[in-house]
Design a binder for this molecule. Structure first.
Ligand SMILES: [Zn+2]
Ligand SMILES: [Zn+2]
Length: 124
């Protein structure tokens, strides 16, 4: 890739998201600040008009916070139960307003079971 070699020569192969070096052309992701299509090809090659990033940094830039990958998003109307390790209908969950999906991380059945277990064998 010509562009990547050009960048490396200029020392511009730096990711603007994580500020680390972009080592290979496969990792390179290009974003144009100004649209160049129909304007000028020079704008396409204008390094001032381009932001470079790792593909993976670019792909994840819509996420908020670092814990997004712990989210389990299932089919509509379902939520993930950490204990069942399965998607269950949201009616099986209690509300939890401070969580991202507004539901408890465990289904009601699991909470019930845990409560009973803790009665039988209290941790002490
Ligand atoms: Zn990066
Ligand atoms: Zn469960």
């Amino acid at each position: 890739m010509i562009l990547f070699n050009l960048l490396r020569r200029h020392g511009e192969n730096v990711c603007f998201k994580c500020t680390r070096l972009i080592e290979t052309a496969d990792e390179l992701s290009i974003e144009h600040k100004e649209p160049w299509e129909g304007v000028s090809v020079e704008l396409f090659w204008d390094l001032e008009n381009i932001s470079f990033s790792h593909l993976r940094c670019n792909r994840t830039h819509r996420r908020k916070g670092g814990r997004a990958d712990t989210k389990k998003v299932g089919p509509d109307g379902t939520a993930w139960c950490r204990n069942c390790k399965a998607f269950l209908h949201i009616s099986a969950f209690s509300r939890h307003s401070s969580r991202w999906n507004g539901l408890q991380p465990w289904c009601n059945g699991c909470y019930e079971r845990r409560r009973k277990q803790s009665k039988v064998s209290p941790e002490s």
